[in-house]
Design a protein around this ligand. Structure first.
Ligand code: SF4
Ligand code: SF4
Length: 434
């Protein structure tokens, strides 16, 4: 189904108010054998083998963890193709032909409430590792690692802030699935033996306030509260969220758990709920596909492994097809630019922004200082840029570019259209050199 009447001009404030569309499941699904964190992989099926949803069809290997690869359709493994991954790299994808029977691996059985009640933090970690649960806010960090701590957790924070422009998929998820989100938070409270939990959202979302104020009345002793925070970017940055929600400043180089905090993205919480309750990996996710380069921006539930090209068709195709397009996976500030639309939607793709390209010529720096005033990590991007130009390694290290969170604000505010963030990224590479 395509929204015929809504265009990007209408949707800047409206997209989050429209119901999420189910994208359907394509005839062919593509599952990456490797990714940015996992350069090696073992494949457990051979061409022609039948597969079921949730079946482990391979194992990715990273420096300090292994990650099972799950089929997201039932059907047949038919070979490999190269496509772009969200990291911007061309990688190998396993091609699965969908039989459209939607049959799950029968070994994946739900857990009873009694079984769940006995699970320890270590059990949670094991189950989430088997289900390849990762940060679905875009970090792709393995979730089980957060459970491998003996730290005393006083507060659980759920990040539903989604502070980048254009993106509203988490907003819709929170509106449409409060049951799963609250059930997921309660599981986290059990795992961390922690009573206090806050669901952090932008204060401008009155609809979320209404839904959760009403919904949480059913659980008056749950210890869960809605926490309304600022509407600015980068309020969703972990450190900024923790400061707003708890008043605690987590210094650079320290973990939130050292301050009694465990935090998770709201989509990750739903994934945790599915893994613990149903013993199922994430096979679909909420995403925003938007930007002024497509006709009908929409929020979708998308099967993991769907080609972006198919989703763009569901958005009515390109607007102004003669104009070159810019493809950004993730938000416009922190997302990765892709060279083409030949990309696959993996489970860590939160959104795809398609923009009509606007070419801006870079001008010399006018020393306005805007980049320094805007930096949430309190860095000095202009000085870092000067040090990179001078290839002054000692100065670069002194300016601590490794604290940069790549929020993109320094580029965004630069009136000279200098890609300051790209230069700070380069500084990070130089700063890591011996
Ligand atoms: S991208 Fe720029 S503004 Fe953002 S943290 Fe890094 S240096 Fe600061
Ligand atoms: S914002 Fe741009 S022009 Fe202004 S100081 Fe920074 S780099 Fe220079």
């Amino acid at each position: 189904m395509i929204l015929k009447a809504i265009t990007i001009e209408d949707t800047k404030g409206l997209l989050g108010m429209l119901p999420t569309l189910h994208a359907g499941v394509p005839d062919r699904i593509f599952i990456a054998t490797d990714n940015a964190r996992c350069p090696k992989c073992d494949v457990y099926v051979k061409e022609g083998d039948e597969v079921k949803i949730g079946q482990v069809i391979g194992m990715r290997h990273a420096a300090f963890f292994d990650q099972p690869i799950h089929s997201t359709v039932s059907g047949k493994f038919v070979g490999y193709e190269k496509h772009y991954h969200r990291s911007g790299k061309l990688v190998n994808f396993m091609v699965l032909e969908n039989d459209h029977k939607d049959e799950w691996d029968p070994s994946l059985q739900p857990r009873s409430d009694e079984e769940i009640a006995k699970l320890t933090r270590k059990d949670f970690s094991e189950i989430l590792m088997q289900n390849a649960s990762v940060g679905l806010g875009g970090s792709s960090f393995p979730t089980y690692v957060k459970f491998n701590t003996d730290a005393k957790i006083d507060t659980i924070l759920i990040n539903g802030i989604e502070c980048e422009p254009y993106i509203t998929a988490d907003h819709r998820l929170m509106l449409e699935h409060p049951e799963e989100i609250i059930a997921g938070i309660m599981l986290l409270q059990q795992a961390f033996n922690c009573k206090k939990a806050k669901l952090c959202v932008k204060s401008k979302y009155k609809d979320l306030k209404e839904v959760y104020t009403d919904f949480l009345k059913r659980y008056p002793d749950s210890g869960i509260e809605l926490c309304q925070v600022g509407n600015f970017y980068p309020q969703g940055w972990e450190i900024a969220m923790i400061k707003s929600a708890t008043g605690i400043s987590v210094p650079s180089g320290h973990l939130p758990s050292e301050f009694g905090i465990a935090d998770f993205n709201v989509s990750t919480v739903v994934g945790i709920y599915q893994a613990i309750k149903f013993n199922r990996p994430v096979i679909e996710r909420y995403i925003s596909i938007t930007g002024d380069g497509i006709k009908y921006p929409s929020n979708f539930v998308v099967r993991v492994g769907t080609p972006l090209k198919e989703m763009l068709e569901r958005c009515g195709g390109y607007k102004n097809p003669d104009v070159d397009k810019v493809f950004i996976l993730g938000g416009p500030m922190m997302g990765a630019a892709l060279p083409s639309d030949d990309c696959i939607i993996t489970k860590t793709v939160t959104s795809v922004i398609v923009l009509n390209e606007e070419k801006h010529e870079e001008n010399p720096c006018i020393r306005c200082g805007s980049c320094m005033m805007s930096c949430p990590a309190k860095l000095q991007p202009k000085l870092i840029m000067d040090a990179v130009k001078a290839m002054d390694k000692a100065k670069i290290k002194e300016l601590q570019p490794l604290r940069c969170i790549e929020c993109g604000l320094c580029s965004y505010v630069c009136t000279s259209h200098i890609r300051v963030t790209d230069i700070v990224r380069r500084a990070k590479v130089i700063a890591k050199l011996p």
